[in-house]
Design a protein around this ligand. Structure first.
Ligand SMILES: Cc1cc2nc3c(=O)[nH]c(=O)nc-3n(C[C@H](O)[C@H](O)[C@H](O)COP(=O)(O)OP(=O)(O)OC[C@H]3O[C@@H](n4cnc5c(N)ncnc54)[C@H](O)[C@@H]3O)c2cc1C
Length: 263
């Protein structure tokens, strides 16, 4: 079985987020890492590989030079090879453009030989959650998204999708695009052996021209949407302390909660 996992390199969420003058995220001048939610996608792909002897997992990323770190982490976890699409023209791309480049890369990897394309549920920076669906549409493949439990028997795939009011079991037949949630199972840490082995695993680097994508089809100028404005979150205000000096604390607390419509 051939599995492609789409992994995004994102700015470290624990660090301050910087925006460029055009309101795109500064992805170059900041520390980045493999999007935490994509680690679950790598994990599910590796579990499927382990259950299906002879399978191969390719990690695919579209991003700047630093995005090679995301590939490396996927390889250290156990993926077999990596594909990095890097091209200056990609900067500022929105979800439609990103899905176009990913789709063209999957086609170049070998659309007819790929059984599963596995994605995370959302990136931790853009959080659109739409790239997997767009990718499925572009590849003309079925999609099963937001899986919290993944099962595969032969080519039949079943995922459990947990909603607010119901749980759905959704089935599909590979080849298909799947996205998995952070409930799908703890992602493994790279072992020392995995870290050493990753150094020897093949990584291909492709530009847009390798994929037959025109620079005019991607980037900020081609984006369907625009981030018009960004603002830092206001600093936290000091909380209100309810004192209970004369036995009136419970009443004061209740009144406070009622005034905020919590009760
Ligand atoms: C603050 C902010 C606001 C934004 N607003 C918009 C907006 O309004 N409209 C818009 O179209 N874009 C927007 N973007 C841009 C967005 O980051 C990119 O378009 C991005 O490439 C796709 O959207 P996403 O990261 O939200 O993907 P999602 O749909 O959340 O990603 C889901 C999965 O797709 C895969 N994936 C996504 N990107 C890549 C990649 N580059 N390489 C490999 N796999 C990938 C991963 O498996 C990921 O888990 C915004 C970004 C930021 C930071």
């Amino acid at each position: 079985m051939n599995i492609v996992v789409c992994v995004k390199h994102v700015p470290d969420a624990t660090a301050d987020r910087h925006f460029e003058d055009d309101n795109t995220v500064d992805r170059v001048g900041v520390d980045g890492l493999l999007s935490e939610l994509d680690e679950y996608a790598v994990e599910q792909a590796l579990q499927l590989k382990e259950k299906n002897e002879g399978s191969e997992v390719t990690v695919l990323t579209v991003g700047p030079e630093q995005a090679a770190d995301a590939i490396r982490k996927g390889l250290q976890m156990g993926a077999d090879k990596g594909v990095h699409v890097v091209d200056d023209a990609v900067a500022g791309s929105d979800a439609p453009a990103t899905s176009l480049v990913l789709a063209k890369a999957v086609e170049k990897i070998g659309r007819e030989n790929v059984d599963l394309v596995v994605c995370g549920m959302a990136s931790t920076d853009g959080s659109m959650s739409v790239v997997p669906a767009m990718l499925a549409e572009r590849l003309d493949l079925p999609q099963v998204t937001f899986g919290s439990v993944i099962e595969m028997q032969g080519k039949e795939v079943r995922i459990k999708r947990d909603g607010d009011t119901a749980t759905e079991i959704i089935g599909g037949t590979a080849p298909l695009v799947m996205s998995v949630t952070d409930q799908s199972g703890e992602a493994r840490y790279p072992s020392f052996k995995g870290i050493m082995a990753a150094k020897k695993k093949p990584v291909e680097t492709w530009s847009l021209s390798d994929l037959g994508v025109e620079a005019s089809q991607v980037g900020l100028a081609a984006a369907w949407t625009e981030v018009v404005e960004t603002a830092a979150r206001p600093p936290r205000t000091q909380g209100e302390i309810v004192t209970d000096e004369d036995g009136s604390g419970a009443t004061a607390l209740t009144e406070f909660l009622a005034s905020k419509k919590f009760i």
